[in-house]
Write a protein that binds this ligand. Structure first.
Ligand code: SAM
Length: 582
């Protein structure tokens, strides 16, 4: 069965939510968990009623990932998906839940089980408490009798304010779980140290070098295993430290302190302190674990530096998730799902980089998109050569600077992508890190996709694409994305494609027209400059001006500048060729 058919989404009505929150006895809400949060109504009811301070944003789990964005938009930290697989409950002082009715008892027991020291309030079907006919129901009944209470409410989901109504009677179960301090923190360690351990090696016992048990590879399962081991041992270490402090205090002060020459460190062995310390360290370990996933070559190698920055910006919400195999797969699937968009973005980033820095890198054509007065000016990168400035290295350096190397890495990724490969056999990065001396001497060197020449004095790199088709493909992808070219299903006259294909040939004439029109005007009025402006009105003016000048050149070559659309059913011969090339 599809689990999402079985999630039973019923929002807790506000009156019932307030009543549930009111069941908590300890009002010091250190850290609250809502394990099946839906769209967050129950989670936020404490804050909404201004009962317990305005900063009360519980951490939440929710199995339906489509609700995660809503939960985050409401300021809630999504820390997990399937609560039944959640393992980090020990850091919470409170759990409030309205789980799916069918699994109410299991969720309530799980919440009780995973808290270390705290209170649970759970809204479940009254029948599960009134009729303890299973072992789980029996266990819940015993817990309620020993350390809790229950209130029954009729018609709580049948009120007008309930978004989805049901007539079922509910039970609000309250459970108080107390850490067994004697057993957990102050256990009789002294009894177990029967031998007087005097030497350092004696005290270390059978401690073994961590190297010996180091994990050999970085698969997801191993990452999670390492994470769990780190959390478990951290928890033991914090508790051991608390125990050690406690017993040290029982023994008394050092001689130096007694003589007034030393200070005794204040030791806090309270439950709150231990829980808080565990929480802080847990967050740090989780941060490390998620950044290891993000930085793993599998993820980052597929993204351009710009796309990497976007993912890194989302790191704050990603790292809130519990570090589990499911959550990592969920995150990776998200990347795979958006792969097409990421790849398109990478192509646009590289296209923009090439077009931004050197106006000679581009040629212009009449774009597909138009308004009532003119067509948008389409751009394409020259297939013969383009130049990028600002790439230098000091004479003692064996590589270009960091930014330059990242840019070359992006070029390598996009070229391979356009060629249907994962990476180039010889990348630009390889060329510029192993052959800088030769490049310095003025040699022209080949990577798989470009022939390059570096001019260190001018800090420019000249790129000569080795396969014109690769740049054609880049121009086509970006052109379609920016509506300079028609979508694949649209039919356009052959003259449209003719002027697009011949744009490099007409470039000299177009620039001469632009120059002629600009005579006597300031450089800032040059439409090629205005086209890259941040101001929409300047860009509009530039688009209109270039459109008119392109008309002049195209008419001279007998090309119909009106580009009437064909009937849209049959692609023209030229279109077919274009599609094939793509
Ligand atoms: C009855 S609704 C309650 C929603 C929310 N707690 C409220 O009171 O408004 C139950 C919610 O639990 C979610 N859920 C079901 N099984 C879950 C699981 N194993 N882990 C986390 N959430 C789960 C469902 O998607 C649904 O949103």
């Amino acid at each position: 069965m599809n689990i999402l058919n079985d999630i039973q989404f019923y929002i807790t009505p506000p009156t019932l939510a307030k009543r549930a929150w009111d069941m908590f006895k300890n009002r010091n809400f250190q850290r609250v968990l809502e394990p099946s949060a839906g769209t967050g109504e129950l989670a936020l009811a404490g804050k909404r009623n201004s009962l317990y301070g305005n900063e009360l944003f519980p951490d939440v789990c929710e199995i339906d990932v489509e609700k995660h964005a809503i939960l985050r938009s409401k300021g809630l930290n999504v820390v997990g998906m399937d609560f039944m697989k959640f393992t980090s409950g020990a850091i919470y002082s409170h759990a409030i839940l309205n789980p799916p009715f069918k699994y109410g008892v299991q969720h309530t027991l799980k919440a009780y089980d995973c808290l270390w020291d705290g209170e649970v309030v759970s809204i479940i079907n009254a029948e599960s408490v009134r009729n303890p006919c299973t072992a789980e129901r029996q266990l819940l009944k015993t817990l309620i009798e020993n350390c809790g209470s229950v209130e029954f409410v009729e018609g709580a989901f049948a009120v007008p304010e309930a978004e989805r109504k049901t007539n079922v009677e509910v039970a609000i179960v309250y459970l108080r779980k107390k850490a067994n301090l004697d057993k957990e923190i102050f256990s009789p360690v002294i009894d177990s140290i029967s031998v007087d351990e005097m030497s350092a090696s004696g005290l270390a016992g059978n401690y073994r070098d961590a190297q010996e048990i180091a994990l050999s590879n970085s698969s997801i399962e191993n990452m999670v295993t390492a994470f769990k081991a780190a959390v478990k041992t951290m928890r033991e270490a914090v508790m051991a430290e608390a125990r050690s402090q406690y017993y040290a205090r029982l023994i008394g002060e050092t001689m130096a302190v007694r003589n007034g020459d030393g200070v005794t460190e204040k030791a806090d062995t309270s439950v709150n302190f231990v829980r808080d310390t565990i929480f802080r360290r847990y967050i740090e370990i989780k941060d490390r674990a998620w950044s290891a996933v993000l930085r793993s070559s599998n993820v980052m190698s597929k993204l351009s530096s710009n796309a990497q920055r976007t993912v890194e910006k989302e790191f704050d919400s990603i790292k809130e998730l519990e570090f589990s195999v499911d959550a990592i797969y969920g995150f990776l699937c998200g990347i795979v799902d958006s792969q097409t968009e990421i790849q398109m973005q990478m192509c646009c980033d590289v296209f923009d980089l090439i077009s931004r820095y050197h106006e000679d890198n581009l040629v212009y054509f009449k774009g597909y998109k138009s308004n009532s007065k003119h067509r948008t000016c389409g751009m394409r990168i020259k297939t013969t050569r383009f130049i990028l400035p600002r790439h230098s290295a000091e004479s003692y350096q064996t590589q270009l600077g960091w930014d330059s190397m990242r840019m070359l890495e992006d070029f390598d990724k996009v070229s391979a992508l356009l060629d249907g490969k994962i990476k180039p056999v010889v990348g630009l990065v390889d060329v510029f890190s192993t052959q800088l001396a030769a490049l310095r001497q003025g040699e022209r060197i080949n990577s798989s996709y470009f022939s390059v020449r570096w001019y260190p004095g001018a800090s420019t790199i000249h790129f000569f694409p080795r396969d014109k088709k690769m740049i054609d493909r880049l121009n086509l992808w970006v052109g379609r994305r920016r509506a300079w070219l028609p979508p694949t299903e649209a039919g356009v006259s052959s003259d449209f494609w003719l002027q697009f294909n011949q744009a490099e040939k007409f470039d000299k004439e177009v620039r001469a027209e632009i120059k002629k029109a600009g005579r006597g005007q300031g450089w800032w009025k040059n439409p090629l400059y205005m086209l890259h402006s941040n101001e929409g009105s300047s860009r509009d003016e530039a688009n209109a001006a270039i459109d008119t000048l392109l008309d002049t050149v195209l008419e001279r070559h007998g090309i119909d500048v009106d580009f009437r659309l064909t009937d849209g059913t049959e692609p023209t011969k030229v279109e077919l060729l274009q599609l094939k090339a793509a």
